[in-house]
Design a protein around this ligand. Structure first.
Ligand code: PMP
Length: 363
């Protein structure tokens, strides 16, 4: 037995689950740089008048914080149903502390030991982590060179892997790539398991594009997850949600912790939803900055990928680690997502986007 030398036990000396040994935790750097464009946040603060209303709601909720909150977060589910539209009602809505927790609930209910989850890589790095932490096996499928995946390829890969849970990140993080509804439908038809369409960035897609919410009727294994972290500028409040068949929601009640959404979270999110148009008013501005970043990257000789999100993945970077460090030294934090010769940048305010582009041009 080795003993800890710095007052901290080493993981290998602890009776840790065997299947967690050797895993690395999620770890996007959190550095206090003036321009932080690394985790796809909405860098615009919550508008003043909305912040005031949210504060009033939290103040009211605080007066009853001696009691447990509404376990069924009824008002919040009604708020999400209204916001999403498509004829949804609150029985079809679930929410949790960020869509990460929503995905975890899905895996706890439909994944777990002896089961398998699947996603088309490169995709959101939490899918494998959440899958393994809840005891299931993760299988990575592949995309074409431009990060799209065709309906034929997608359905063949899913039929082959035969997953219990399939993640379709649409549009995809970290590449920004859209996924058309015929691919989603083909994957659904090819699988017997739960199909999760992660629409974390859907609000940044072109307005006339249909959401996977339109596919929900008649598809009881289909789940569409969303978050308030991106378009709603609410990442710090930790609120994610999903729409699915009411039976799926019943399954999630089996695994959630009692009262998992605090009264303060419910009050804040319900108030924010009442101001959805104001909360979302920065989306057009962010999309404009995203397109400006892509155009300028192109002019600088890089290769930006098509993006329907609030970020841009670009390739043509000789040494991503050196470029990342050069930007860091100039006060600009972006993300090295581990894709060869590529980096990812979040679209910020006009000033932040300019700071990034000028810093990059100066390297
Ligand atoms: N899905 C995708 C595709 C994401 O990029 C993120 C955040 N980076 C999440 C889910 C989780 O977001 P949150 O937990 O803040 O809702």
């Amino acid at each position: 037995m080795s003993s800890p030398t710095d007052g901290r036990a080493r993981l290998e000396d602890l009776p840790l689950r065997d299947d967690l040994r050797g895993l690395t935790p999620y770890g996007a750097p959190q550095a206090p740089l003036p321009v932080a464009l690394n985790v796809n946040e909405n860098t615009h603060p919550v508008p003043e008048e909305v912040a005031d209303d949210i504060l009033d709601s939290i103040a009211l909720a605080l007066r009853e914080v001696n009691r447990y909150p509404d376990r069924e977060f009824t008002a919040l589910r009604e708020g999400f149903a209204d916001y999403l539209g498509h004829g949804l009602d609150r029985d079809q809505i679930w929410a949790a502390n960020g869509s990460n927790e929503v995905l975890q609930h899905l895996l706890q209910a439909f994944g777990g030991p002896g089961r398998r989850a699947f996603g088309f890589g490169p995709t959101y790095s939490m899918y494998p982590l959440l899958t393994r932490a809840t005891g299931a096996e993760y299988v990575a499928g592949v995309r074409d060179a431009d990060y799209t995946v065709s309906a034929d390829s997608a359905s063949a890969q899913v039929a082959d892997a035969d997953p219990d849970v399939t993640f379709l990140c649409a549009p995809n993080n970290p590449t920004g790539t859209p996924m058309s509804l015929d691919v989603i439908d083909a994957v659904y038809e090819a699988s017997r398991g739960i199909v999760i369409v992660d629409e974390a960035y859907q609000e940044f897609a072109p307005r006339d594009e249909r959401s996977a919410l339109t596919l929900l009727p008649g598809r009881e294994r289909l789940v569409v997850s969303r978050t308030m972290s991106k378009a709603f500028a609410f990442a710090g409040a930790r609120v994610g949600y999903l729409a699915a068949d009411p039976g799926v929601i019943d399954a999630l009640r089996l695994v959630r912790l009692p009262y998992h959404l605090s009264a303060l979270t419910q009050a804040a999110a319900t108030a924010a939803l009442r101001h959805a148009p104001t909360m979302l008013s920065m989306v057009d501005e962010i999309v404009a900055q995203r397109d400006r970043i892509s155009a300028t990257l192109d002019a600088l000789g890089y290769t930006p990928y098509e993006s329907w999100t609030n970020f841009v993945l670009f390739s043509g970077v000789d040494d991503p680690a050196a470029t990342w460090q050069g930007l860091y030294d100039r006060g600009v934090l972006i993300r090295d997502v581990g894709i060869a010769h590529s980096l990812r940048v979040t679209a910020g305010t006009a000033d932040e986007s300019t700071a990034f582009l000028e810093a990059l041009a100066s390297l």
